[in-house]
Design a protein around this ligand. Sequence first.
Ligand code: AMP
Ligand code: ZN
Length: 469
Amino acid sequence: MKIYNTLTRQKEEFVPMEEGKVRMYVCGPTVYNYIHIGNARPMIVFDTVRRYFEYKGYQVNYVSNFTDVDDKIIKKAIEEGVEAEEISERYIQAVKEDMEALNIKPATKNPKATEEIDGMIEMIQKLIEKNHAYEKNGSVYFRTRSFPEYGKLSKKNIDDLEAGHRDIKVAGEEEKEDSLDFVLWKPKKEGEPAWKSPWCEGRPGWHIECSVMSRKYLGEQIDIHAGGEDLIFPHHENEIAQSEAANGTEFSRYWMHNGFLNINNKKMSKSEGNFFTVREIGEKYPYEVLRFFMLSGAHYRMPLNFSQDLMESAKSSLGRIKIAMERLEDIVEKGNPGEVSKEEQKTLETLQKHVKRFETAMEDDFNTADAISVIFEMVKLINIAFDMESSKTAVEQAKNMISQLLDVLGIKAAKEKVILDAEIESLIAERQEARKNKNFAKADEIRDILLEKGIILKDTREGVKWTRA
Ligand code: AMP
Ligand code: ZN
């Protein structure tokens, strides 16, 4: 299996530290708002990477944090007049709901930064002892030049960085020995959440959080560390410096980074105000269309432009797969119990070859777009090869083959039937009619039918509104 390693800028054969096991850390979101669909890209991509490892029989220890202490969370708490914790808890809950809707497997562990402060203090102490960090007026800074390999991930030259930094002195950081040094611990400001430490009451810097949580739940060395490409510098570069300086061993063997999701070819970002939340899109499309769009639209390292047209096309492509799978299910249910014919056997063999091609695509640095085109070829073949006369045994085997591949992509096969907007509307009309006639049992029954298909009804003053779960 080949993975593009940002550290070496090339595709490398994946060799796990321990046979059959993968230790993987994915930088998680800062929880101060609903996540936008850009944030969903790493979640979907790396969940798919994990699923493929599991399909190959690996046991994956998948850790992804929640950054629940941060300036943006504090700002929002002040705006709302509530504790920072109330904000972070609210949005952690929301992220978890969004992830479930996107069929992202729960992580083995989702550590929260605020619950790992002791470990951070301990690592900072160790860095001070080893002369990689120093304290100034209650703040602790990492001494960047004490780590000779600084810049190895982002391929930045330390002297160029220094020159760039000289012009932009950040207020309050003049006390640093060197403008390249970055903060590990900072004193609290009025009204901010704070923890006691040997240096002052304060809070950790962002980078140290991931170094500590990764070590605690996965060990000093891990197989894969991942996140969006904006995290390469400075976040991941700083994580490497801290972890390797403190632990004295290589931190992560492979570094994976997804490209950006753009709108109108401009980066989707909260600060620019050009973004859609996962929830907004979830009101217009089934969540799995968003998932399918992310995996089929471009290779995960490439930029991906979001547009309604592309979502519509993802919706209809996914629909084709679903309809084919439902048909297979129908044949299995009602079909012919006879023996597998020679011709059917041949179809199964061809499908098996496609399974191998799917794997080849995935093993070439997780080329999901190519893997999905293989699925389309399989769909085309089964649509022609099987009908109600076909042997159930053969059809069931074909169905299982494709379902397994869809599962790698986190796409549910046929179980939940696709329901079209028009069908929903007509069921809602039927339910309104039932209510008008005081047939509440029937109205509830229709609500349940819709719920089973993932449609949630809301009775509002302006009438019935519905959303896809
Ligand atoms: P944040 O909450 O900003 O720290 O982001 C959480 C994750 O989402 C990080 O891995 C980011 O790199 C990633 N991310 C943020 N915006 C985008 C985007 N527009 N496209 C792809 N990934 C993004
Ligand atoms: Zn991180």
